[in-house]
Structure formats: structure tokens, C-alpha cells
Design a protein around this ligand. Structure first.
Ligand SMILES: Nc1nc2c(ncn2[C@@H]2O[C@H](COP(=O)(O)OP(=O)(O)OP(=O)(O)O)[C@@H](O)[C@H]2O)c(=O)[nH]1
Ligand SMILES: [Zn+2]
Length: 356
């Protein structure tokens, strides 16, 4: 960390995440594995299996890109997978007809251990009957690209903050991608994040996407953003021929999405993968603990050492260390407000498009 501005400190996001990873790795021996990470200790029973990357999921059919041949194979889950779900980004072992010829159906017999799991809490409106539940959005993503337009619609820092919490929780590097740079400048948004060493890129239609491509190269990135921010436009530019539906801003929230599932696309020249998530309308964080939530605000988290034991950080008790930090000018009051808004809404229904 280095000094920034009026005696405030800057927090290096990637350093922090690296420390969290190191800590989690040390911790793993005494901590039971997350249930969403399938155990894959046993040796594969299928020596003839080929490795594939799940690029799309549609009603029980999994489109897989096979590693060596680079063919696209349609597969179903083998019974032996039990209850383990297969999601976009999963590395899987496939048997059967893996030729990729039309009307063939292979079987996924194993899900490789996931390196990361990006989750959200979905609510029952989205099809379940069992109330709220955690959903894995994508597996094995290395970077979360938070797409936000600078104008039309205006940036919503509350949404970006929510994504940063999810990224921290999933141990995925965040990248802020500010679109529509032709319509407005990024100053206000960047000022809000001044204390965070948050990597960002600016895009506009009349400039090449070199900077963004450089950040995407060689890794698996998942793109998230609410309707109308220009995500499809970006995907179409990054992967020509993709033909993601580009809509009009006036249709925001009208549910005109043609595809609801995540889709992984390979960048031309084998430069990496981007995973588009057009169907994600909400990004609930009910599965994230209050403690993890605070870690998504690296500029605030240290001050919690000055809190009384079991402080709920709502400020209701009047002695929360976060209030002291802000009162001393050590952090931007808007950041604390945003944290508390997320904390309060954590258990509620959270809609990407209505979240501030
Ligand atoms: N001025 C300007 N307009 C843009 C830019 N990027 C996208 N747009 C326009 O913004 C509108 C929304 O773009 P989309 O790419 O459909 O946005 P989206 O994020 O995919 O929206 P959904 O499909 O609803 O999720 C379209 O009319 C685009 O032409 C940009 O950089 N500058
Ligand atoms: Zn507190």
C-alpha cells in the first residue's frame, strides 16, 4: 500500500487477493471443502476419456470444446456424476462419441476440480420452488470483468461494489471495464474508487480494444454487467462473428434477452476465453458472510480491528470502527454507505438492474 491523497491509503487489490489465497491454502487442511467443489480424488475410471471445456449449457445438454482436437461436442451428464452440477467453465472428462458430428451425444463422466467458483444467490422467481438458493455462475474463471457504462445508463457503483465482493469471495481478480467513453469521462467513477488499486480499462466505439484485449489475454474472464451497458457490443467486437444480440437502452429491464445461459467464447488467436452472462438478472450475495462482504471493501476492512467484539458494523451501536475511520477522514463516507447498503440488502432480493 502507498499513501494516497489526503493521508488516505491505497489498497492493492491483487496483493490482497494473493494473501487471501495463501491464507486459504494454508487453511485448507483443517477446513472441510466447499460442497460446490466436487471431490475428484479418485482416479478416473475412463482411460479413454477426452478432456473438454464446457462452453454452454442448455436444458441438460452441454456443449464442450475438446482440448486437443478443438471440436465442439454435445454431451449429457453421466449418471455417475450424482448430484454434481456441470456449469460453463468446468473442465470435464467426456466419453462416448466425441467426434462432434451432428446428432451425436457424448457423456460427461467427471468434473475436474474447480479452481474458482463464482456464485450468486438466486431467488425462487427464477424457477425454483425451494426459495433462495446458491447458484454457481461459472467455474474456473480467473477474472471478473465488471462492465459499466459511463453514460446511458449511468454507472452504478453499488452494483460494481457488489461485484467486487463476489470477486473477492470467489478469489477472482476484478477488472472494471468502463464503456461508452465517447459519451462521458470516467473521472467521477474512478474518484469513488481512488483508495482501491482497482484495475480498469476504458472503451469507446471509435478506439481499438487493445487495452482490454491485453487484460483478457491468456486467461478465462467472465463478463458481468446490467442491461444496456454495451456488453454484447464488446463481445461482438472481441469475437467477431459471435452475433450477440445488441439491444437498445430503452429496452432495459424489459427482458428481451434471447439467451439466458452463460456462454464461453474463445478470443481469436487462442488468446483466452471470455464468458458472457446475459441471463444474470440478479447477483444476490446472501451466501457471502458479513465478514467476507467487508473484505470486498479493502479500504474499510482494516478499521474493523477497532470495532468492539461482535460488532455488526451497521453503526447502530455508535462505536463501530468503520465510523471512526470515516470521521477521521481515513475513508470516503460514500464507501461506508455503500458497504452498509449491501449489508442491509444482503438477505433481500437483489436485482442487477434495480441495485444502485
Ligand atoms: N455511444 C456508445 N454506445 C454504445 C457503446 N457500446 C454500446 N453502445 C450502445 O448501447 C446499447 C446497448 O448495447 P448492448 O451491447 O446491447 O448492451 P448489453 O450490455 O449487451 O445489454 P443487454 O443485451 O441488455 O444485456 C446499444 O444501442 C449499443 O449500440 C459505446 O461504447 N458508446
Ligand atoms: Zn464495526
Amino acid at each position: 500500500m502507498v499513501d494516497h491523497g489526503a493521508g488516505r491509503q491505497r489498497w492493492h487489490w491483487r496483493d490482497r487477493l494473493r494473501r487471501k489465497r495463501e491464507y486459504d491454502e494454508d487453511d485448507v487442511r483443517i477446513r472441510p471443502g466447499r460442497s460446490s467443489r466436487p471431490r475428484t480424488r479418485q482416479r478416473p475410471k475412463h482411460s479413454d476419456a477426452v478432456e473438454g471445456l464446457v462452453v454452454a449449457v442448455d436444458r441438460g445438454r452441454y456443449t464442450c470444446h475438446t482440448a486437443g482436437a478443438g471440436t465442439t461436442v454435445t454431451a449429457m451428464r453421466a449418471r455417475e456424476l450424482g448430484r454434481h452440477g456441470v456449469v460453463v467453465g468446468d473442465h470435464v472428462q467426456i466419453v462416448g462419441d466425441v467426434s462432434g458430428r451432428p446428432d451425436t451425444l457424448a457423456r460427461i463422466v467427471r468434473i475436474d476440480e474447480r479452481k474458482s467458483v463464482l456464485m450468486r444467490t438466486a431467488d425462487d422467481e427464477e424457477g425454483g420452488t425451494e426459495g433462495r438458493f446458491e447458484r454457481v455462475v461459472v467455474a474456473n474463471a480467473e477474472q471478473l470483468v465488471i462492465v459499466s457504462s459511463l453514460q446511458d445508463p449511468l454507472p452504478r457503483t453499488g452494483f460494481i461494489d457488489r461485484c467486487l465482493v463476489a470477486a473477492y469471495d470467489a478469489e477472482i481478480d476484478p477488472l472494471l471495464c468502463l464503456t461508452k467513453g465517447d459519451l462521458a469521462g470516467p473521472e467521477e467513477t474512478l474518484d469513488y474508487y481512488a483508495e482501491l488499486d482497482l484495475p480498469y480499462v476504458l472503451t469507446r466505439p471509435d478506439r481499438p480494444l487493445d487495452e482490454l484485449v491485453a487484460e483478457l489475454s491468456g486467461r478465462v474472464s467472465v463478463m458481468i454487467g446490467h442491461s444496456g451497458v454495451g456488453k454484447s457490443t464488446l463481445v461482438n467486437r472481441l469475437v467477431p462473428g459471435t452475433d450477440r444480440a445488441v439491444g437498445t437502452v430503452s429496452a432495459v429491464g424489459k427482458g428481451r434477452h434471447t439467451s439466458t445461459s452463460a456462454l464461453a467464447l474463445q478470443l481469436p488467436g487462442d488468446l483466452g476465453w471470455i464468458i458472457d452472462t446475459p441471463g444474470i438478472r440478479s447477483f444476490g450475495l446472501a451466501h457471502v458472510s458479513a465478514d467476507s462482504l467487508l473484505h470486498g471493501f479493502p479500504d474499510l476492512v482494516e478499521a474493523s480491528t477497532r470495532c468492539p467484539p461482535n460488532c455488526d458494523h451497521t453503526g447502530a451501536g455508535g462505536d463501530c470502527g468503520l465510523d471512526k475511520l470515516v470521521a477521521e477522514g481515513g475513508a470516503d463516507p460514500r464507501r461506508l454507505e455503500s458497504f452498509r447498503r449491501l449489508l442491509a440488502s444482503k438477505e433481500g432480493t437483489l436485482d442487477v438492474d434495480s441495485a444502485s
